[in-house]
Write a protein that binds this ligand. Structure first.
Ligand SMILES: Nc1ncnc2c1ncn2[C@@H]1O[C@H](COP(=O)(O)OP(=O)(O)OP(=O)(O)O)[C@@H](O)[C@H]1O
Ligand SMILES: [Mg+2]
Length: 276
């Protein structure tokens, strides 16, 4: 178990606000959000469309800065860095997987995965060896020389996961990595993420729309009214991660309540199936 009193969070978000100025209007997306993620955590973030999930992930990945508030990465005030310093940090510490995988179509799976190494001037044979190992880890050892167009959607997404892990990031951020896959294939991607977390210790944050996929992750939070609250009020696993005063918070938005009910229905149905 994580000892909140002594361990340094990998990410410590404090009083985060994010506003966008859009044609004279001010869009306030995140409002006084506090969240801590510890090394090795597996977090699922849910919430209705437009709630701010992708915005939050962009902040965690330092692709965008908060309007107000502080973000500590391993205790360091990360946005105090220069933009070159931030780029270096991102490159070394963070792996990204998106809904649409952005693989390079004219390169093989192996070449796509080793690309971050080649860009970083790594020795080609070494990069190839590492890429081959990673593709094996995601169950694609037999598809090394297929181009993206010659792979299924789930296989392409597994290549994207392997590529994101190439530089041994401490944090893997995935924004709806299973959004365009069927449930079974999506569940396979989640299983791989969990396994990678267990074998390499990489911290994982996944945004998903699907309550059944979120259910497979140990830590589950909702973006609700610009803040993060537990998906299940009072969930003891979230202690020390979200503010105490929000621990029992019920979703304040109607869309959220429907989402939570869908999860509860699903869990109840699974429980019945197990009991039968
Ligand atoms: N650059 C921007 N300028 C203005 N408004 C923005 C900008 N980026 C995002 N927004 C607004 O911020 C809100 C949150 O967007 P975000 O992409 O984080 O939502 P989301 O929770 O990821 O939704 P989805 O589930 O549809 O992906 C939306 O209402 C969006 O229109
Ligand atoms: Mg989004």
């Amino acid at each position: 178990m994580t000892d909140f009193t002594t361990e340094t969070p990998l990410i410590d978000m404090r009083g985060i606000f994010k506003r966008f100025d859009h044609r004279g209007d001010r869009v306030s997306v995140l409002r006084n959000l506090d969240f801590r993620i510890f090394p090795g955590d597996q977090v699922a973030i849910m919430g209705p469309s437009g709630a701010g999930k992708s915005t939050l992930l962009q902040l965690m990945g330092t692709l965008d800065a908060p309007t107000q508030g502080k973000m500590l990465f391993d205790g360091e005030d990360i946005f105090a860095r220069s933009s070159a310093g931030l780029a270096r940090f991102r490159n070394d510490q963070i792996g990204f997987v998106f809904q649409f995988h952005h693989l390079l179509p004219e390169f093989t799976a192996l070449e796509n995965v080793m690309m971050p190494g080649l860009i970083g001037r790594m020795n080609r044979a070494e990069a190839s060896k590492r890429a081959e190992k990673l593709l094996g880890d995601v169950g694609l050892g037999h598809r090394l020389n297929h181009q993206p167009g010659e792979l299924s959607g789930g296989e392409q997404q597994r290549v994207a996961v392997a590529r994101a892990l190439f530089k041994k990031p401490r944090l893997l951020l995935a924004d709806e990595p299973t959004g365009n896959l069927d449930l079974r294939t999506g569940a396979g991607i989640h299983a791989i993420l969990r396994e990678l977390n267990e074998t390499t210790g990489v911290t994982i944050v996944v945004v998903t729309h699907d309550p059944r996929l979120a259910q497979t992750m140990p830590l589950r939070v909702l973006v609700d009214d610009g803040q993060l609250i537990p998906q299940t009020p009072g969930d003891p696993r979230l202690r020390g991660r979200i503010p105490e005063e929000l621990m029992e918070c019920e979703p304040r938005q109607a869309g959220q309540r429907r989402l939570v009910e869908a999860v509860e229905d699903q869990v109840a149905a699974e429980q019945r199936a197990v009991n039968e």
